[in-house]
Design a protein around this ligand. Sequence first.
Ligand code: SF4
Ligand code: SF4
Length: 203
Amino acid sequence: MQAFEGILEELAQLYNRMDQAYAQAALAHGFVCAGCEDSCCQTRFYHHTLVEYLHLKKGVSLLAPAEQQRLFQRAARTVEEMGAADGRGPSAMCPLNEAGRCILYAYRPMICRLHGIPHQLRRPDGLRQLGPGCGDFDRQCGRSTDVFLDRTPLYAGLADLERRLRRQRAFEGKIKLSIAQMLIHKIEGNDAAPPAGETHEIP
Ligand code: SF4
Ligand code: SF4
């Protein structure tokens, strides 16, 4: 077993807690995410942790080789489209979304699990930061000021795993990658199989 596998297992457990917190909050609001027209899979989200990167790569490694090749080609096209838009144009659909379905659902990162429901974050200085739900949430439930999803312990759990993993792997680099970039980039120290085609080292 790779040294980081234990931390990836802890991440899978944290993801379960995120899914439960989301399901409870959705139930409390009466909100159902059933794949709306402005799907958040085409939102320009960036991901910042090595632990989520490695977890996603683990999921990719479980796909059949031919499917991996198709995925890397799609991801490369997506990165090109997003680059052509100079980071400010309309976002492209996530390459993991096939016909409205996430092909690595169990490996999707945190933001894909928490997006859509109004939330709060308790900051270290004691202030409470509030975030809105998605457009479809507002259509279904109205602009809610009731918050049932507290992201604070979930973010703290992810930060703890990231700290421990980075210490374990002596990694200090900054990460800011879309899903498409995660698929075709290679972060130094990453043990997952490198994708075919162009890769970029992130020191
Ligand atoms: S990883 Fe899955 S859930 Fe997240 S944006 Fe991509 S397709 Fe959607
Ligand atoms: S979370 Fe909201 S924006 Fe995303 S697919 Fe569900 S309803 Fe649509």
